[in-house]
Design a protein around this ligand. Structure first.
Ligand code: ADP
Length: 159
């Protein structure tokens, strides 16, 4: 059984992430979306909330599992027996960091492959940061996030 792991902060999940997850679910038998614990960065949503939102947003995809992990990605990949690390590529600006991460992970574990998927054009400019920024100033984010996320963001920001 081929498994891909899709790590990230997902604070919160948006349509760009979901686009990548949907594409991946056609290519792998199992896709694990793994929320990375970051003690240095306080997000808008807690770890449990992020996991819950991803679960609800990906309910239509039976082969998608959602978890969280702490520590080195390469260790977690071994633990869940994944064959590939999945990352999304938006624009050239993502490339340098992603390239560095992929090669670092490979040098930590030679067998680890990183696979990049591109979202469709309408989702290419989305990031959690920009979605939160728009929502904070009262902008409408319904086009950019799943409905459950739209409601959760409105509740968080007391809109
Ligand atoms: P964000 O930048 O939205 O906070 P994350 O850290 O949660 O993203 O990113 C997890 C992965 O999803 C990364 O590989 C990132 O490049 C990818 N990703 C983020 N936004 C998009 C998008 N709009 N389209 C495709 N991939 C994306």
């Amino acid at each position: 059984m081929k498994t891909a792991i899709y790590p990230g902060s997902f604070d919160p999940i948006h349509n760009g992430h979901l686009d990548v997850i949907e594409r991946a679910s056609k290519l792998w038998d199992r896709v694990i979306v793994a929320v990375a614990v970051n003690h240095e960065k306080q997000g808008l949503f807690t770890m449990d909330e992020r996991v819950g939102l991803i679960k609800k947003a990906s309910r239509h995809l039976p082969d998608v599992e959602v978890t969280s992990f702490e520590g080195l990605l390469v260790d977690y990949v071994l633990e869940v027996r994944a064959n590939a690390v999945l990352r999304g590529l938006r624009a050239v600006s993502d490339f340098e960091y992603e390239f560095q991460m992929a090669l670092m992970n490979r040098s930590l574990d030679e067998s680890l492959e990183t696979v990049f998927l591109m979202p469709s054009q309408e989702n290419i400019y989305l990031s959690s940061r920009i979605v939160k920024e728009v929502a904070t100033f009262g902008g409408d984010i319904t086009k950019f996030v799943p409905a459950v996320v739209n409601d959760a963001v409105a509740e968080k920001l007391n809109h």
